[in-house]
Write a protein that binds this ligand. Structure first.
Ligand code: PPS
Length: 319
């Protein structure tokens, strides 16, 4: 540590001296953190509720050819989105995420998407129980999946996407009581089942889709009165297969959807892998600032980078 520049040495000593305090303060900080977290969750809940009412009363104007794809989570929603997308377009895969072409209705309340600008037929994904879904002259396709499979899939999703740390047993107890996001599976499926015979409702089972995808797709075509050329069917079924969707998983993953909403640009993580991007990108003033600190803190202790040295002479900019 002795060969560090003076400024860094002082900072390092202060940091080392204060470090034990972290443990003294951590218990109090934890409690304060929990209180702040609790308040922010409550405020977020109120905010979501207000936005939802706004969506239902102001932002959403129904069209007769709107289609709602409704499920309890982990029951085949994304699969259904892909089926509808394939049936209502040329099926090209050049979208970033399926939510672009088939948005999640409840999330529209948060991301303020202009629903009136969407071309018909508009297709919405939803996990709303029957009591909350907008009841208009639209069409509704509900998919139910065996609750035990849903519990296993939902647990996996909680672990992989929601940072859930409990065991399956703990999760399953919550699932059985309906103490999970979207509430009770039993309530959700049984309520929707009551409306299965309405002419604008199609009630499907995930297990039937696995056993006879083509049959289910034809029932969807009939409900939505779609005009799909017979020769397109094999390709539609191929694109809706598990294998094809797995191959394009990032276009369906919830994590991608959230990141895109936050402004994430795809294909930017494994970016370019070049040496010299910095020298090309930084302007003269930025280069000079970097160089000054680099000489003081890094080059001085014998750690040098060829590019950094070149940049200091202005070579990298061709100056
Ligand atoms: S979510 O998070 O609520 O939107 O999830 P959801 O899309 O409803 O359900 C995810 C499960 O559906 C399975 N899935 C498929 N199964 C068969 N064929 C196709 N094409 C397909 N696409 C998605 C997906 O694998 C999830 O189930 P599990 O059991 O977790 O694999």
């Amino acid at each position: 540590m002795k060969d560090l520049p003076r400024g860094l040495l002082i900072k390092a000593r202060i940091w080392r001296a204060l470090f034990p305090l972290r443990w003294v303060l951590s218990a109090q900080l934890w409690v304060i953190g929990r209180v702040v977290q609790g308040c922010s969750v409550a405020l977020f809940g109120i905010h979501v509720a207000i936005d939802f009412v706004r969506l239902m009363c102001l932002d959403y104007t129904a069209r007769p050819d709107d289609v709602f794809l409704v499920t309890y989570p982990r029951s085949g929603t994304t699969w259904l989105q892909m089926i509808m997308y394939q049936l209502t377009t040329d099926g090209s895969m050049d979208f970033q995420h399926i939510a672009e072409v088939c948005p999640w209705f409840e999330r529209v309340a948060m991301n303020r998407r202009n629903l009136d600008a969407m071309p018909s037929p508009r297709i919405f994904k939803s996990h709303l129980p029957h009591i909350w879904i907008p009841k208009r002259r639209c069409r509704y396709i509900y998919v139910a999946r065996n609750g035990m499979d849903v519990a296993v899939s939902f647990y996996g999703f909680h672990k992989s996407h929601l940072r859930y740390r409990g065991t399956f047993e703990q999760f399953f107890n919550r699932f059985m009581r309906g103490w999970v996001v979207w509430g009770s599976w039993f309530y959700h499926v049984s309520r929707w089942w009551r409306y299965r015979n309405q002419p604008n409702v199609l009630f499907l089972k995930y297990e039937d889709m696995i056993a006879d995808l083509e049959g289910c797709v034809r029932r969807i075509i009939a409900l939505c009165e779609l005009d799909v050329a017979e020769e397109r069917m094999p390709e539609i079924l191929r694109r809706c297969s598990f294998e094809f969707m797995k191959e394009h998983e990032e276009k369906f993953d919830f994590a991608t959807e959230v990141m895109l909403e936050k402004g994430f640009t795809p294909d930017t993580f494994i970016r370019g892998g070049r040496v010299g991007d910095g020298a090309d990108r930084l302007d003269d003033e930025q280069t000079a600032r970097f160089q000054s600190k680099y000489k003081r803190c890094v080059a001085g202790i014998g750690l040098t980078f060829e590019d950094a040295a070149d940049a200091s002479t202005g070579d990298a900019h061709g100056k």
